[in-house]
Design a protein around this ligand. Sequence first.
Ligand code: AMP
Ligand code: MG
Length: 351
Amino acid sequence: MRPERSINGIFILTLFAILAMVSCQNKENAESPLLEPLTKSNYLLGTNITLTLYGPGSESVFDKIFDRIAQIEETMSLQRPDSVLSSIRNAAGDKAVQVPADVYKVIESAIDMAKRSGGAFDPAIGPLVAAWDITGNPRVPDLSEIESLLGLIDWKDIVLDEAASTVFLKKKGMAIDLGAIAKGYAADEAARIARESGIKSALLDLGGNLFVIGAKPGRDNWRIGIQNPDGQRGLSLGIVPAVDASAVTSGAYERFFEQDGKRYHHILSPFTGYPSESGLLQVSIVSGKESMYCDGLSTACFVLGLEKGMELVESMDGYEAIMVSTDHQVYLSSGLKENFTLTDTDYTLAK
Ligand code: AMP
Ligand code: MG
């Protein structure tokens, strides 16, 4: 009987020790941010979205974020015949369409970006995007087709009525494309939901459209890797340390096709109707402000080119730029001069 009792004693003690360890671990899980993060991916907005969340309760946050991004895709994609953007296009030249507050806000911001960039960024680019169809059946449209479509590309022909929350396109055949700004808005929304759910540290990657929340656990910042213009994701051009910030890159290499030995990419000049050739390979915008504006700015600057693009960035408080020219020079806006480390020796920092 005695030995048995002592075995039971050891067993009970061991059980207590295990329970104590488990409860200790739970306490650690609940209070310490120094945990392995949870990561989940989903294909939405035409891109791979990967969310890395740290901290307690993050499991339930993924669905909330992915559901919201899916909702943004449903309303703001021109590819979906039932989207809000499609109904605005279908009513072009005919009548105004009442739109939800979020769609109104993104269109209003896109028009603001068009004004600031002198039309280099133009949300009315829809008909040209459809003609080139770079993500579907890409082709080089005839010059005469491009010339006639250019008559439909003008953000000034988008009429907003804030009180009624309506959007009206003045000419039949016009269409609003938010492809250059909607991912940024989705990143802002993802970050809002994560923060409201108590997440203090996260890395939200919407296909190269990055948003970091807080600092990386155990560090005092995140080290954001700026994408390499060679298009090899994962290999960075350089590093920017940041806390609560967004970094968005526009590059000619992201979506393109080749015909007769020539490359045609997805960022179009509203002035010529052809893929923009401004001497830049890539533009990245970094900011602690809205990712939506980072997204809009990166596309706008890509079309504007180095000088006018830098002028635009310097005019917008809190937004910084890293621009790479076709001759592999890297240009930084004034706020990044001390904060960017070049890591790829194929490129040189411009003086
Ligand atoms: P991004 O990758 O953010 O630079 O956005 C590129 C996408 O925006 C394209 O795939 C088009 O849908 C759209 N787009 C192309 N050119 C322009 C432009 N000049 N202004 C606004 N949107 C554009
Ligand atoms: Mg953009």
